[in-house]
Design a protein around this ligand. Structure first.
Ligand code: APR
Ligand code: PHB
Length: 390
């Protein structure tokens, strides 16, 4: 078997890349460890920057998103018992984000790719990368009990934080940067109308909470919890009582409860590798960098990476130039570090730190008061939130 680009992983990065390449007449094969139902059912964040929305439209997969996605022109910051609206639209001269679940994006990308007869091989195992520093790399894997070898010109490592691609690079070729945070998020989906049309980010003495949504009848809610909490530690009653304690205001309607149909714990990690390339292997998305979920930059960064990679591979195949491929890592890392800073900053502003003796709490309140009272500070938050231009 031979293809031009072997893509490891059918998350947003790998799937969007397969579409970008197909539109340039470049062949690819996607190799995915899990089955299709698992990949389509995995619940992640759901905030799309305008650049992400535009790319999905360019790829011809934006139709359901345009129908079902919720366009938001603002969000709320809540602290000290008050809710303040950040008017992203006005502060950024017309910017907005779209709320549409990552797994809906994944479903749309898979359906469209399979309609074009684009090869996605689900349930492959023992993926191993070979010859990365030569002219003819190869991917060996097993599927249905048989061993296969796929030779290719380039490999795109789009297999997430725990994938095999990054760990196939020899020790010493990469520099890694990492920050672990002393808390996690417990996230739920519930059949309950969102209490607010726009997202509410709440900083509370008991910890962070977030009211988000997936539709007018489905709420997506998160509470900050200790790092080592297990999902079994949280009964439905405990989840709702924490959400009410952190999100309800004395003088407004409480958030709405409803049957919980999905729950999970999201770890916090800021992680970056430099460079995002080794020989003919290019890393994209979570394989190369992760951000804490506050601000929902993860999928947007993954899509931004493959936009750059797709254009660089097109220049290579159609114009014989490899300068864009050479520049791939540096081009992506400028955006990645901007998003790392923003995600770290928003996380630091909005969470209770378990070792805080009160000093950090006062700094956080000062930061929040400044953000909602200074137009310059609010505009800075808003322009980062909607996503800076490439
Ligand atoms: N072989 C083949 N596939 C693999 C392997 C492997 N060894 N390891 C992991 N995968 C698959 C995973 O099953 C998953 O479907 O790679 C895919 C990686 O997808 P994501 O984790 O969604 O990563 P990415 O496409 O970079 O998207 C980043 O996902 O984690 C969120 O918050 C993150 O929103 C961001 C987005
Ligand atoms: C979500 O809806 O899942 C979501 C929204 C905003 C965030 C993170 C997650 O900052």
């Amino acid at each position: 078997m031979h293809t031009q680009v072997a893509i490891i992983g059918a998350g947003p990065a790998g799937l969007a890349l397969s579409h970008l390449l197909a539109r340039q007449g470049i062949e690819s094969v996607v190799l995915e460890h899990r089955d299709r139902a698992y990949v389509e059912g995995r619940v992640r964040a759901g905030v799309l920057e305008q650049g992400t929305v535009d790319l999905l439209h360019e790829l011809g997969v934006g139709e359901r998103m345009a129908r079902e996605g919720l366009v938001h022109r603002g969000f709320h910051l809540q602290f000290a018992g008050e809710r303040h609206r950040v008017d992203m639209h006005e502060l950024t001269g017309g910017g907005a984000i779209t709320v549409y679940g990552q797994q809906e994006v994944v479903k749309d990308l898979i359906a469209a790719r399979l309609r074009q007869n684009g090869p996605i091989r689900f349930e492959v195992s023992d993926v191993a990368l070979h010859g990365l520093d030569g002219e003819r790399p190869a991917v060996r894997f097993r599927q249905g009990g048989e061993a296969h070898e796929l030779t290719c010109d380039y490999i795109a490592g789009c297999d997430g934080f725990h994938g095999v691609s990054r760990s196939s690079i020899p020790a010493g070729a990469l520099r890694t940067y990492q920050k672990i945070y002393p808390f996690a998020w417990l996230g739920i989906l519930a059949h309950a109308a969102p209490a607010s049309d726009e997202l509410i980010y709440a900083y509370h003495e008991r910890g962070f909470a977030l009211q988000s949504m997936r539709s007018p009848t489905v709420s997506r809610l998160y509470v900050q919890c200790p790092l080592d909490d297990r999902i079994e530690d949280w009964s439905d009653d405990r989840i709702w009582s924490e959400l009410h304690a952190r999100l309800d205001l004395a003088d407004g309607p409480p958030i709405n409860d409803g049957p919980i149909f999905e729950r999970g714990i999201t770890a916090f990690r800021s992680f970056v590798v430099e460079p995002m390339q080794f020989g003919r292997l290019f890393l994209a998305g979570d394989a190369a960098h992760t951000v804490p979920p506050t601000g929902a930059k993860g999928m947007n960064l993954a899509i931004a990476d493959v936009r750059v990679l797709g254009a660089a591979l097109a220049a290579r195949y159609h114009e014989g130039r490899d300068d864009l491929l050479q520049a791939y890592s540096a081009t992506c890392l400028r955006r990645v570090w901007r998003a790392e800073h923003f995600s770290w900053s928003m996380t630091s502003m909005l969470h209770r730190f378990p070792d805080d003796d009160g000093f950090q709490h006062q700094l956080q309140l000062a930061h929040l008061r400044y953000t909602v009272s200074s137009r310059a500070a609010a505009a800075s938050l808003a322009e980062n939130y909607i996503g800076l231009a490439p």
